[in-house]
Write a protein that binds this ligand. Structure first.
Ligand code: PMP
Length: 304
């Protein structure tokens, strides 16, 4: 099949791709009551390794809390399942998608006795927004859709239902000829991309929206903050960024497990900085790719 997936781990068992089915009356299908992760494994110089697995597991279990989802597997079981899944599919690198959701029991909005079903899939995956995007940057539009306010839905939980907002913003952008969107929060400040965090460079310093701006607490965001600080940059990681500051930025870039570090070269047809990948973006992007190639920062790699 097109995803190159033969085996999926489902509720404790490895099942063939075609047998990985859910009931059509599953709670999560109707109400978006699932939480998930997007993780990458890299074929590092120290061997295949899952990047920042522990932090992704932390966020997966934390995302469950507001919804009272109870994953009936502990961290070791999910880790073992993932490592074996990569091994069974001969994947030295790729994308890993764990998901936990309310399955089938009854179809009231209250999940009642619905089980928490858990599956993990993994497949090969290249650059999320394309190889060209990594080098030359992407053209984005500011979406007419706003992010959910964190007072309306927990935006720090990676919940399936939240992603209809991401889909609306991303598809609006693509219908208008852009590669991706930037989404403002309810206050009208910059929040993030549909599946990426955002960084702005101005006068040699970095700015990224704070956690109270209705963003997901991105793990790549955290990685890039560390890499930047280690290189002597000042990072303002609790910023409020107005829409107009996007246009006057020296550089802009996205971060994400899927998007890695992707430069943004235009916003709403206005060129950002030099109109390509900016120098600080390039430095941090190289630092990121060097890191995942070397795989030598042991606390950030789970070797498989
Ligand atoms: N924001 C949103 C809405 C996302 O879906 C993602 C991808 N998980 C991110 C930010 C980036 O987070 P991470 O670096 O942990 O992948």
């Amino acid at each position: 099949d097109e995803m190159d997936v033969d085996t999926i781990w489902m509720n404790g068992d490895f099942v063939d791709w075609e047998d990985a089915q859910v009931h059509v009356l599953s709670h999560a299908l109707h109400y978006g009551s699932g939480v998930f992760e997007g993780v990458r494994a890299y074929d590092t110089d120290n061997g295949p390794a899952i990047f920042r697995w522990e932090e992704h597991l932390d966020r997966l279990y934390e995302s469950c809390k507001p919804y009272d989802l109870d994953i009936p597997f502990d961290r070791e079981e999910l880790t073992e399942a993932t490592v074996e899944l990569l091994d069974r599919q001969d994947l030295a690198s790729g994308y890993i998608r764990p998901i936990a959701y309310y399955g089938y029991d009854s179809l009231g909005v209250s999940p009642g006795d619905c089980p928490t079903d858990v599956t993990i899939a993994a497949w090969p995956w290249g650059a999320y927004l394309g190889e060209d995007a990594l080098e030359n940057g992407v053209e984005v539009m500011v979406s007419s859709w706003r992010k959910h306010a964190s007072s309306q839905i927990p935006t720090n939980a990676k919940t399936t239902g939240l992603y209809v907002n991401s889909m609306l913003a991303g598809e609006e952008a693509r219908r208008n000829g852009f590669v991706e969107a930037i989404v403002l929060n309810k206050e009208g400040n910059v929040a993030e991309g549909p599946g990426e965090n955002l960084f702005l460079v101005r006068d040699g310093e970095l700015y990224t929206p704070g956690l109270s701006e209705s963003i997901l607490d991105g793990i790549t965001r955290d990685t890039v903050i560390s890499l930047a600080e280690e290189r002597g940059y000042t990072v303002h990681d609790n910023s409020s960024i107005s829409r107009g500051e996007l246009n006057t930025a020296d550089e802009l870039f996205f971060t994400g497990s899927a998007a890695e570090v992707t430069p943004i070269r235009q916003v709403d047809n206005v060129e950002i900085g030099n109109g390509g990948r900016g120098p600080i973006t390039e430095e941090l992007q190289s630092a990121f790719f060097d890191l995942v190639e070397a795989g030598d920062r042991e606390e950030w790699f789970h070797y498989v």
